[in-house]
Design a protein around this ligand. Structure first.
Ligand code: KG4
Ligand code: ZN
Length: 347
């Protein structure tokens, strides 16, 4: 039996979790989401690393308390080492190294993207889902990444395609900001789209922003929305800024049309990949912050079903950045003996 402490600090969330390999369960998890970036419309790296430094100690202490254990009970420390903001990653990695060195226990370096890919294996109560078959497809969509993977086993995955520029979450965040809302904008876009009845009012172009090699261009889509708003006289193309306040109806219509467009891109991508696999793949997982979106989840579940596959989505606390997914990946790496040297670096 092993207790794995997971630590995550790759962007603007300071998180910790404890996974028990005997019970195959997350015993406790906590995420502190930094509010300091709200007024800047995006994550400010220097502020993020300072905030991690303040919060990491209390977050780890509270998580251990909630898991009813102490640092003396921990068998190994799993920590996100890449990819992410350098300063943010360094805080988590140095903290984890310090604990591992002081306690003389193994350190496990976890790729944040691997964390997201396997986050769908966690139920909301922390137990491990056993019904997701291998091989399966995984669509990861967050503020930093949008990619499609073929997943063949725990820790075994191949990139099929990814965004050529912005991530899908970034497109939601940037368009939300453009139409007058604060960062992060994904959940706001979903709320506005629901108010608009999920109508595709502007039918933004989509086919040219996805490709048969499973790559996407959400920066291209963002520009298309910008040009459309400029055509309606709401945006100055020279500055890329809004020139006037938008009515609630326009905000709802932009949000709804954007969500439907991104939904179409995801749906076509998944259907193409399942058809190319000649229906030998029976499951698709949808993970990352954007997977909190209920409209997208329902749309992709129906698309998968039409291709005789089942869609599995991570529970919302494990969609956005969290340490439960890092502790879970750390646990199978620990079992496989994948221990990192104490001089492992961030990327
Ligand atoms: O996974 P995450 O917490 O951080 C990264 O690794 O980037 O994802 C954050 C992203 C943000 O872009 C946010 O706008 C988006 O997830 N997001 C959503 C929703 N909730 C969060 N996007 C669409 N619909 C949502 N309900
Ligand atoms: Zn993430």
């Amino acid at each position: 039996m092993a207790l794995i402490l997971g630590i995550e600090s790759s962007c603007d969330d300071t998180a910790a979790a404890v996974f028990d390999t005997a019970q195959q369960k997350i015993l406790a998890y906590r995420t502190y989401s930094q509010q300091t970036h709200l007024e800047y419309g995006g994550v400010v790296p220097e502020l993020a690393s300072r905030s991690h430094l303040e919060k990491i100690g209390p977050v780890v202490a509270l998580t251990l308390k909630q898991a009813n254990c102490t640092i003396q009970d921990i068998t190994a420390i799993a920590v996100t080492s890449k990819p992410g903001l350098a300063g943010s990653l360094l805080v988590g990695l140095c903290y984890a190294k310090g604990l591992a060195f002081a306690r003389n226990i193994p350190l496990i370096a976890v790729n944040h993207l691997e964390g997201h890919i396997f986050s769908s294996f966690l139920n909301l109560d922390g137990t491990v889902r056993t019904e997701i078959p291998f091989p399966h497809l995984c669509l990861t969509a967050s503020g930093g990444h949008t990619a499609l993977y073929l997943v063949t086993d725990f820790g075994e995955f191949t990139l099929l395609g990814q965004t050529r520029d912005d991530a899908a979450g970034e497109a939601f965040d940037k368009i939300a900001k453009l139409i007058g809302f604060s960062y992060p904008g994904g959940a706001t876009i979903e709320k506005l789209a629901r108010e608009a009845g999920f109508r595709d009012v502007y039918t933004y172009p989509r086919n040219k922003f996805m490709s048969t090699d499973y790559s996407f261009s959400f920066s291209g889509l963002k520009t298309a929305v910008l040009y459309d708003l400029a055509k309606q006289g709401f945006v100055d193309l020279k500055t890329g800024q809004r020139t006037t306040l938008l009515t609630a109806e326009i905000q709802q219509n932009v949000a709804s049309s954007l969500l439907i467009c991104i939904g179409d891109i995801f749906e076509k991508t998944i259907v193409n990949a399942l058809e190319e696999a000649q229906h030998k793949i029976e499951a698709v997982t949808f993970v990352g912050g954007v997977a909190c979106n209920k409209y997208l989840g329902a749309l992709l579940a129906l698309a998968a079903e039409r291709c005789k596959a089942t869609l599995f989505t991570s529970p919302p606390p494990f969609c956005t950045d969290n340490a439960a997914m890092i502790a879970f990946v750390g646990a199978y790496k620990f079992t496989k003996g994948e221990i990192a040297p104490l001089d492992v670096d961030i990327f």
